[in-house]
Design a protein around this ligand. Structure first.
Ligand code: PLP
Length: 421
């Protein structure tokens, strides 16, 4: 056997052994390289901050408290998408000046929260949400800064579910509705409706859709100014992609920052971005024990299945988007690499991480790492099939730490009750 696959100097089988001293039944876990996350955050801040563009971490990508605190300490703002994420940000030390609220489906409770605690800006997905925010702000006697989400009709490549700027996506209002709202904004006397929010899609490796979005934003800002309603803020959302296939293609961070800086200076507006995936995907790994290796012979073909102790309830992206996360044996054995379907233990055929991974011989108890799993991994995990969510570990300054405990079988019954209503 060769050396073990390691993250930030920690061999992944050593990490499991350390976790097992705490939880003997652990068979899979998430591992985040916190220093790697800080380095990526610093790189974004360096590139965009120097252009006068504010950078927030989109908490939805990964809400592990250790990461959120690291984001704050590094100097990133936080972008929350729900009441739970607002609470998470506050618990991790974020104050109003460094917190935004975006996303659609605004509720009274979210509106009341931002009125009570403050926020740098709040997005409204349509005019009804402006009315909701206005009544909450009036009741609280505060003024909220609001960015109206616009659907610019910009198509993005990749999976339909992460394309959010096309006309068939659920987000935002039309350009004409937005212009009318800005022009008539005096009716929301407790709101400062001078912002525009565009998030055209996720997992972009090419800047063309972002450039189209920035141009659309500037055209709208010009049109609004011409109607007597000057804007002050543009939030361009997130979207920076990572190369899940080979890990070699890079989103051009510095080049895009320089270009966005040109838009910012030419427009004279405050610009914000709120990336999630780029910051955290590459610093996260899902590590799982091989439960079984199974071979099934049929019609002269042998199908090889590697059954992991992690499933689609843990990492949903392959089942949901057909996404790929490279499967890497942690301590590869000698022997020929042959094609295998890497699957989980959930009762669905969609519980497949990869169909034809080329893997060396594996036996029960070996470990497999699924790479680039830090974004929309643990954040999307569920208890489906009665499976508790996995522990989340971090490597922080070379030290391995348990940042979130695993849910145990008894935790799955915590919400059961017998309350007469
Ligand atoms: C409004 C908004 N901002 C930011 C993001 C983060 O996007 P990404 O992780 O692609 O950077 C999302 C993702 O869904 C979003 O909906």
């Amino acid at each position: 056997m060769t050396d073990a696959y390691s993250v930030a100097g920690v061999a992944l089988d050593d990490a499991l052994a350390a976790l097992r001293r705490h939880d003997p039944s652990a068979r899979a876990f998430w591992l985040y390289d916190l220093d790697g996350f800080r380095a990526r955050a610093a790189r974004l801040l360096g590139a965009f901050g120097s252009q006068g563009v504010h950078v927030a971490y989109a908490l939805k990508a990964n809400g592990c408290g250790a990461l959120v605190r690291a984001a704050r300490e590094t100097g990133l703002d936080a972008d929350a998408g729900s009441l739970g994420e607002l609470e998470l940000a506050a618990a991790c030390g974020y104050d109003a000046a460094h917190l935004t609220l975006s996303g659609n489906g605004r509720t009274r409770e979210e509106a009341a929260w931002v009125c009570a605690h403050g926020a740098a800006a709040v997005s409204a997905d349509h005019v009804g949400e402006l009315d909701l925010l206005e009544s909450a702000a009036a009741a609280a006697g505060v003024t909220l800064r609001v960015a109206l989400r616009v659907n610019p009709g910009i198509a993005t490549p990749g999976h339909k579910y992460v394309a959010t700027g096309g006309h068939d996506a659920k987000f935002g209002v039309s350009a004409e509705e937005a212009l009318a709202a800005w022009e008539g904004r005096a009716r929301w006397s407790h709101l400062r409706v001078d912002g525009l929010h565009l998030h055209v899609g996720s997992q972009l490796l090419d800047t063309a859709p972002l450039e189209a979005a920035a141009r659309a934003a500037r055209e709208l800002a010009d049109a609004s100014r011409a109607r007597g309603a000057a804007l002050g803020l543009v939030n361009l959302g997130g979207g920076f992609g990572v190369d899940y296939d080979e890990g070699t293609r890079e989103f051009p961070v510095e080049a895009w920052a320089a270009r966005l800086g040109e838009h910012a200076r030419a427009s004279g507006l405050d610009w914000r971005i709120e990336p999630g995936r780029w910051l955290v995907a590459p610093v996260g790994t899902l590590v799982a024990e091989v439960l079984w290796e199974k071979r099934r012979a049929e019609d002269g073909t042998v199908h090889r299945f590697v059954v992991l102790a992690a499933g689609m309830n843990d990492l949903l992206r392959p089942a949901l988007y057909g996404a790929r996360h490279r499967a890497v044996p942690v301590r590869p054995r000698e022997g020929e690499r042959t094609a295998a379907a890497v699957v989980g233990p959930v009762c669905e055929s969609g519980d497949t991480f990869e169909e034809g991974a080329l893997l060396p011989p594996l036996t029960s108890g070996d470990l497999v790492a699924l790479l680039d799993a830090g974004a929309y991994g643990a954040a999307m995990s569920s208890q489906y099939n009665g499976r508790g969510r996995l522990a989340e570990l971090v490597i922080d300054g070379g030290a391995l730490k348990l940042a979130r405990r695993a849910e145990r079988p008894a935790d799955l019954r915590l919400r059961d009750c017998d309350v007469r209503l």
